[in-house]
Write a protein that binds this ligand. Structure first.
Ligand code: HEM
Length: 356
């Protein structure tokens, strides 16, 4: 009798829970079309962790450039595929698309703070501040260009130091691009053999690898299930903690040497000066937490983005030696042997590419 009532109770529970799960996963009327989700799994069958990018491209062939997928049972994500859709959304409807989506792998650390992971008024203020601070320090201007050219010189010397032997340029490339970001953010560049700096750069690369790994992609769908498990998450947190400790160390150094009458030496100084200015404002967004999260993001973005772009460029030049030869010929002809290109050469080199 007891067994019968237990089964009856389970059946009633199932009857209650299944419609609830179906309603969680149903796409409301206003969202673009997409594959039907399964309860609890969402679109797991269509989106294999580790091959998310390829699977999304396949789905776009069926559903068009704008479609909806379910990452796990509860997370609905609208996907934009291709240059035209992205440009139309971010360019033509910038305000509607200005919200930053959640990234489950990094959400616990950034907690909606800092320039990249915030939204609304906080994001508006931090974005305006960060872009202006970077511009004031020379980003996109001649001072920034000189900074990059000086770093490139160091990088070329380090490459030449390998004396024609095969080597993996990944770490050096990341250190060089990171040095440009560190100069703007902390007013410092680090020698390539500095062990602490090497660990920080490796932690930034490790963070990118973790969040884009099969585990990271599965975590975006099932964080509620995977977060208690050790392993990849512990490793990601260890990378983030290396970045955070370094950022805290740099901020503390700045607090000790800040000249409150200005001018700002770097982004951290600018932020501390702004904090001092808004000290009495109870609603200020210029807080310790937003400072730290902004600095960690700049360190991360400044290390992994440009270096990955340059690494892929080198890879493509290796793969297509005839293109490499054409590029070398063009640079030698336009600039003269051994002269580094600068922003002023861009239009000329572009015109040649366009007419080729
Ligand atoms: C190849 C290099 C880079 C690429 C492809 C890239 C790409 C992006 C993308 C796609 C966004 C999001 C834009 C949006 O949602 O509207 C972004 C935001 C941002 N990036 Fe980069 N980035 C690069 C390099 C850098 C570097 C070197 C820095 C600074 C050191 C930087 C700082 C920022 C900041 C502060 C934001 C946040 C702006 C905001 O939330 O509106 N990025 N970047």
């Amino acid at each position: 009798m007891e067994a019968v009532s237990t089964w009856a109770l389970l059946l009633v529970l199932l009857l209650l829970v299944i419609p609830l799960m179906l309603s969680w996963t149903r796409t409301p009327g206003h969202l673009p079309p997409g594959p039907a989700p399964l309860p609890l799994l969402g679109n797991l069958l269509q989106l294999r962790p580790g091959a998310l990018y390829l699977k999304l491209l396949q789905l776009s062939k069926k559903y068009g450039p704008v479609f909806t997928v379910h990452l796990g049972p509860w997370r609905r994500v609208v996907v934009l595929t291709g240059h035209k859709a992205v440009q139309e959304a971010l360019g033509g409807h910038a305000e509607e698309f200005s919200g930053r989506g959640m990234l489950a792998t990094l959400d616990g650390t950034f907690d909606s703070h800092g320039v990249f992971f915030s939204n609304g008024e906080r994001w508006k203020q931090l974005r305006k501040f960060t872009t202006m601070a970077l511009r004031d320090l020379g980003m996109g201007k001649q001072e920034g260009e000189q900074l990059i050219q000086a770093e490139v010189q160091c990088l070329v010397e380090a490459f030449q130091g390998t004396e024609g032997q095969p080597f993996d340029p990944s770490l050096l490339l990341a250190q060089a691009t990171s040095n440009v970001a560190c100069s703007l953010t902390f007013g410092l560049r680090f020698p390539y053999d500095d062990k602490e700096f090497q660990a920080v750069v490796r932690a930034a690369a490790g963070t990118l690898l973790s969040i884009s790994s099969p585990w990271g992609q599965a975590y975006e769908m099932f964080s509620w299930l995977l977060w208690p498990l050790p392993g990849p998450r512990t490793q990601l947190l260890s990378h983030l903690s290396t970045l955070a400790s370094f950022a805290v160390e740099q901020v503390q150094r700045h607090r000790g040497s800040l000249d409150t009458s200005g001018p700002a030496r770097d982004v951290v100084d600018s932020f501390l000066l702004k904090m001092a200015k808004e000290e009495q404002d109870p609603n200020t967004e210029f807080t310790d937490k937003n400072l730290l999260m902004t600095v960690i993001y700049l360190l991360f973005a400044g290390t992994v983005t440009v270096s990955a772009t340059v690494r892929y460029t080198l890879l493509l030049l290796l793969k297509y030696p005839e293109v490499q030869e054409r590029v070398r010929e063009e640079l030698t002809k336009e600039l003269g042997a051994g002269r580094a290109p600068c922003l002023g050469d861009r239009a000329r080199l572009r015109t040649r590419r366009g007419s080729a």
